[in-house]
Design a binder for this molecule. Structure first.
Ligand SMILES: C[S@@+](CC[C@H](N)C(=O)[O-])C[C@H]1O[C@@H](n2cnc3c(N)ncnc32)[C@H](O)[C@@H]1O
Length: 195
């Protein structure tokens, strides 16, 4: 099986207001709270959020970051994310429609000091994951933090197991684990790149 195709996500967002009930489900709200609480610093300079969807996590990251780059493959999700940020009066988030990892956002000088991969990487096949992690590796600043959070259960469009993704991230050079939280339903890991 290859990576899940872009038009799958486009269709999901066109057919459903919130395809995974990211805004309302207790699983999502609780996990988002745990992820945000696990981030090591109060403030970040420039964060990258791949697979931002309709922006539920983006809105929260924007409160802790001077700048955020939020990217999703589905233009329908990006439209919603932009509208919600505008409604909230938030102007320091760059929101881009890109199909990762073949497309990648501009990396700031010195790299992003936070990259948050939430419920995204299991859609990438092995080749795309390797390319994605190469790009993450090249985009993460010295001293920057990488956070990953993924559901563990099987589902029809999963391309890779959660443990495979997180173990591949853990193997990136120079990353030191700083936090780990495991439950039957999901796994959350944080690493810091040694400066
Ligand atoms: C399950 S949702 C998770 C949304 C958000 N990250 C969260 O944790 O609430 C997965 C998101 O990843 C996006 N996505 C999937 N594959 C992608 C790719 N190759 N490039 C960019 N975004 C992608 C989907 O469009 C969708 O918005």
């Amino acid at each position: 099986m290859g990576s899940v195709a872009a038009d799958h996500f486009e269709r999901l967002y066109r057919e459903h207001a919130d395809p995974w009930n990211v805004a309302g489900a207790w699983y999502e709200r609780r996990k988002r709270g745990l992820l945000l609480a696990a981030l090591g610093r109060e403030r970040y300079g420039h964060a990258f959020e791949p697979g931002c969807g309709a922006g539920d996590l983006t809105l929260r990251l924007a409160q802790r970051c001077d700048r955020v780059c939020a990217v999703d493959v589905a233009s329908a999700a990006i439209g919603r994310c932009r509208a919600r940020l505008a409604d909230a009066g938030i102007r320091h988030v760059d929101v881009l429609t890109l199909n990762l990892p073949g497309q990648w956002p501009p990396t700031p000088p010195g790299g992003f000091d936070l990259i948050v991969v939430s419920e995204l990487a299991y859609y990438l096949d092995a080749a795309a994951l390797a390319r994605f992690l190469d790009a993450v590796d090249a985009s993460l600043a010295q001293g920057g933090e990488l956070a990953a959070c993924h559901w563990r259960a099987d589902f029809s469009d999963r391309a890779q197991a959660t443990d495979v993704l997180h173990d591949a991230m853990a193997a990136l050079a120079g990353l030191v684990p700083t936090a780990r939280h495991e439950e039957a339903e999901f796994r959350l890991d944080l690493w810091r790149r040694q400066s």
